[in-house]
Design a protein around this ligand. Structure first.
Ligand code: SAM
Length: 421
């Protein structure tokens, strides 16, 4: 007999969550989920991961001893999330979670699933109060992440963590070659999509919609891009005819924005061949052209023709701690030691790219991290190593843009460097 959809969704979500706990991203299991079930499964997986830390705390209180069955453990986490998300529907959730457990280990743990979930409902108030008093359960981030932020951002850390647990806004970038935000906004409103212009090209939607509903999306009139990410093109100070390098390009959001901003000669490098394909697809949709190459930007001998660039965007690989609310698996896949590892890679990329920047040229360093080692400290170290690097203002008198995740944008860091002639 076919399982009813909720039990199937709970089971599929449990598999993806168990994968994350074992160190794998949820992309593959989500892509393999049947399309009719995918939105419900994604909602359960993302919600459970966003709530991660709290679910584990609750299970710790509800189970006499740790479970040795990872899939049942994950199923309980997903079901606990749904009990909280849908208080009007608790009996269905319990029944369907028990049904989902019937297909795991020949149903031997059905009674345990039933008992744990009913135990939660009975002791809900007491357990949630205890969770509020536990730092990991309260802030739903790993302990190392919370402690690092507390040390680095003594004032802002609660807001940063709260934003990291929130639902991200959906923001558009209007292709300024065809339109402006005010004009496009009027079309959105006419199409029944509530939105607000943030500047001349950025529009924040009141609620996310499928891109197919956006007027002219397929024709390249608009792209989805966080407002924080939209800072790059303006900071680069682009002029027609410049030779520009986008050194870490995929999926190509900033590549496209650069080309929408000015007629430049753009080389876009990307280490991952599959992801380079996404840059090409995005540019094709927008009717833009760049020399897109699969290459490790650090290995100059493999891709550089000896001609220097007047502008370089170094949107380096990072912990992605500023965008964790879009990919809540990041919170649980990252380890404390990864930050130092990323910082080392970033330093190697910066050093290599400095060689290919023309004297007088500008390099924009960018991360979507909230941690100092990848941002402020990285650039401090870089300027110490390179006396021919001058830091340029990125706003009024500010030498860096440090956006923390909030209602309007994700967490981003920018620093602009000029090579002294
Ligand atoms: C933060 S993402 C870039 C996002 C992109 N700039 C955008 O706005 O859409 C970093 C990218 O750099 C790529 N990457 C990592 N190391 C690289 C390297 N050594 N050379 C070139 N690309 C690299 C990653 O595969 C990833 O796609």
């Amino acid at each position: 007999m076919l399982s009813p959809p909720l039990a199937s969704a709970l089971r599929a979500a449990a598999e993806a969550v168990a994968g994350v706990i074992a160190g794998r991203t949820p992309e593959a299991p989500l892509a393999a989920t049947i399309p009719a079930l995918r939105p419900a499964v994604m909602d359960l997986v993302f919600g459970t991961l966003r709530d991660g830390g709290r679910g584990d705390f609750l299970l710790g209180r509800l189970l006499a001893r740790p479970l040795q069955e990872p899939l049942i453990h994950a199923l309980l986490l997903v079901a606990l999330f749904r009990l909280e998300q849908r208080p009007q529907d608790v009996h269905t959730t319990v029944d369907q979670a028990v049904d989902a457990a019937a297909g795991i280990r020949r149903g031997r743990l059905k009674a345990l699933v039933n008992g744990v979930l009913r135990g939660f409902l009975r002791r809900r108030d007491e357990l949630l109060a205890a969770a509020e008093a536990d730092v990991v359960a309260r802030w739903r981030h790993p302990r190392w992440w919370i402690e690092r932020l507390q040390a680095e951002q003594p004032q802002a850390w609660p807001a940063v963590l709260a934003a990291g647990n929130s639902h991200p806004p959906m923001t558009l970038r209007v292709n300024r070659r065809c339109d402006d935000a005010q004009h496009y906004l009027a079309e959105l409103v006419a199409a029944g999509i509530e939105a607000q212009a943030l500047d001349a090209v950025a529009i924040r939607l009141e609620a996310p919609v499928a891109v197919e509903r956006l007027p002219g999306f397929a024709a390249g009139r608009v792209s989805v891009q966080d407002w924080g990410a939209q800072r790059a093109a303006a900071l680069l100070d682009l002029h027609e005819g410049q030779r520009v390098l986008d050194a870490c390009a995929a999926p190509g959001g900033k590549t496209a924005h650069i080309l929408e901003t000015a007629d430049v000669e753009l080389t876009a490098l990307e280490l991952d061949a599959q992801r380079a394909g996404r840059v090409r697809e995005n540019l094709a949709r927008l009717g833009l052209a760049a020399d897109v190459r699969v290459a490790d930007c650090r290995r100059l001998e493999e891709w550089w023709d000896g001609r220097r660039f007047e502008r370089i965007l170094a949107d380096v690989p990072c912990s992605a701690s500023g965008v964790a609310r879009r990919h809540p698996d990041i919170k649980w896949l990252r380890r404390a030691a990864d930050v130092a590892q990323f910082a080392q890679t970033q330093a190697a990329i910066l050093d290599a790219l400095w060689h290919v920047l023309a004297p007088g040229g500008k390099m924009l360093y960018c991360t979507c991290s909230v941690f100092r080692a990848e941002n402020v400290d990285q650039i401090k170290e870089f300027t110490r190593r390179h006396p021919d690097a001058a830091r340029l203002p990125t706003g009024c008198a500010e030498l860096e843009v440090h956006l923390m995740p909030g209602p309007d944008h994700d967490g981003f860091y920018y620093a602009l460097l000029q090579k002294l002639a």
